[in-house]
Design a protein around this ligand. Structure first.
Ligand SMILES: [Fe+2]
Ligand SMILES: [Fe+2]
Length: 197
């Protein structure tokens, strides 16, 4: 059986542009406001996979647990915002995820594989950036929160990769590498802003 680090190696995401951290730290309110909705959307995405694939028992169980984690993250980010005296904000949309989703192929079995891998990419990118914030924030409680969230998102990335491997044992690695390259191109062509993605 394949071990967990080997799963993560299958998704070689490029490093975030070093300018992102400074831009994010300069407007933490914007980052937190966006982050709250990232966690909400992660929960909804996990539940949407249950709607689409109820016959896949392992997927249903894993996604129900993952959605549970993500709703807890919504609570944690919301509490952080309250502590900072920061009001909640509406979601201004997420063209990063939308651009990734454009590469999800139609028709099964490609559709399930690609949905799982796109979510793995988003989790992997979130984990990297939450860890960058954890290492840079001054407030000890915020550092601790962001470090714990980064750890959770790495675990989520690997859950999606394991489900992708189950969905297509021979093709998942090649498609993961393709989507990692596609994500690099998406990042390259969009402005850096005070958001998680
Ligand atoms: Fe999360
Ligand atoms: Fe997650």
């Amino acid at each position: 059986m394949e071990d967990v680090p080997a799963l993560g190696d299958a998704l070689p995401l490029v490093a975030t542009d070093p300018r992102w951290l400074g831009i994010a730290l300069a407007d933490l309110d914007a980052v937190h406001a966006d982050h709250l909705h990232c966690e909400r959307k992660a929960a909804q995405s996990a539940l949407s996979l249950i709607r689409s694939y109820p016959q896949h028992t392992d997927l249903v169980t894993a996604m129900a647990r993952l959605a549970h984690d993500e709703t807890r993250h919504v609570v944690q980010v919301s509490q952080l915002m309250s502590r900072r005296g920061q009001p909640a904000a509406y979601d201004f949309g997420d063209d990063y995820a939308a651009k990734l989703r454009e590469h999800i192929r139609k028709g099964e079995p490609s559709l399930r594989l690609d949905r799982l891998l796109v979510f793995a990419v988003i989790e992997g990118r979130s984990a990297e950036r939450l860890q960058l914030l954890a290492d840079a924030l001054e407030d000890p409680k915020s550092r601790e929160l962001y470090a714990s969230l980064a750890t959770a998102e790495v675990r989520h990335r690997d859950i999606f990769l394991a489900l992708a491997r189950d969905a297509d044992p021979t093709g998942w690695r090649a498609r993961a590498a393709e989507l990692a390259a596609i994500e690099a191109e998406i990042l390259e062509n969009r402005a850096i802003s005070a958001r998680i993605h």
